[in-house]
Design a protein around this ligand. Structure first.
Ligand code: ADP
Length: 303
């Protein structure tokens, strides 16, 4: 069993001939609404990859909450461990994309998923304890991330921390992390080491090991993933594919990683599986609709 603890936001995307300046109204050409948020995307990726996922996030009591619930029901995901806020709205992301240049402007209002209380986290301790793996990110309030990691660690649940969106992480949290999964930008911000070679990735990994992290995976976009435990390290190259939309590549990777680990694969095999999952996802538009099924991943790997 896998617990994915993280954010949910509704993505509201408009394509426009140009991005408006302050005070300007632009008539856009396309609007799309769909479920998103790093936590939710990773939960869906893991679920579609075949994991038994308990998705934990917090919604408002509003129309946008229905976007989450509808998506989860369609995907046959368990909705019984969600929290609801009476006062705060469901999270949302307002995304404007310039149709010429693909440049964007984004405002994310995390809303309910950034107000998860300690009591709420405590109320799911039994479900945390029953999980083999906890996957979480930095897109909910950090007090909740800290609490859920603490409960997991005390109960022998393996903790995977995806460091997005990047922000300082206390040493207290880091020492409880079994697998940390920054991308190269996040790794640089956290460690102060610019990741431009295997040697520098290795130095960044040492920085995390010194903090008590057990395994380090630095995702390198189209170059693949650097993976290190204290005894060995390697770069697994990315699959050579024609990427059309790399939004959510990291989410695809993290969901795949936890699904493979929960399936009993070792970290190296799991990273290969995640690499394949993400390679499929970047060839498709969107985030959750781009996540492949387990069958698609297995076929991709065997070809
Ligand atoms: P993020 O989305 O967090 O910035 P990355 O860009 O590092 O994450 O991508 C995560 C993973 O997705 C990579 O480690 C790789 O497995 C896969 N990936 C990303 N971009 C590509 C690409 N262009 N081709 C193949 N795989 C890719």
């Amino acid at each position: 069993k896998v617990m994915v603890f993280g954010s949910f936001v509704v993505d509201l995307m408009a394509r426009t001939p140009h991005l408006p300046v302050a005070g300007e109204t632009v008539i856009g050409s396309l609007f799309k609404m769909g479920p998103g948020g790093k936590g939710f995307n990773q939960g869906v990726a893991a679920h579609k990859a075949g994991a038994d996922v308990t998705m934990v996030t917090k919604l408002g009591k509003d129309l946008f909450a229905e976007v989450a619930l509808d998506a989860m029901k369609t995907l046959e995901m368990d909705t019984s461990s969600l929290f609801y806020s009476e006062e705060i709205e469901t999270g949302s992301a307002l995304i404007m994309v310039d149709e010429e240049t693909s440049e964007n402007k984004i405002v994310v209002v995390l809303g309910a998923c950034s107000a998860i209380g300690d009591k709420e986290v405590e109320s799911i301790s039994e479900i945390i304890e029953e999980s083999g793996y906890l996957l979480t990110q930095l897109e909910t309030n950090i007090s909740a991330v800290e609490k859920v990691i603490d409960i997991a660690k005390k109960n022998g649940v393996k903790v995977i921390l995806n460091t997005a969106p990047v922000q300082p992480i206390s040493d207290v949290i880091l020492k409880k992390v079994d697998i940390i999964t920054p991308n190269e930008v996040e790794a640089e911000i956290l460690t102060g080491i610019c990741i431009d070679s295997q040697e520098s990735a290795s130095k960044a990994a040492d920085w995390f090991f010194d903090k008590g992290v057990k395994n380090v995976l630095i995702t390198l976009g189209s170059r693949g993933v650097f993976i290190a435990s204290e005894s060995k390290q390697e770069i697994i190259p990315a699959y050579k594919v024609k990427a059309i939309d790399t939004t959510g590549a990291g989410d695809a990777f993290n969901g795949g990683l936890v699904a493979a680990l929960a399936d009993g694969k070792d970290l190296w095999e799991a990273a290969r599986f995640a690499n394949a999952l993400a390679a499929i996802a970047v060839q498709r538009l969107g985030t959750t609709p781009a996540m492949p099924t387990r069958k698609e991943i297995e076929e991709f790997i065997s070809n």
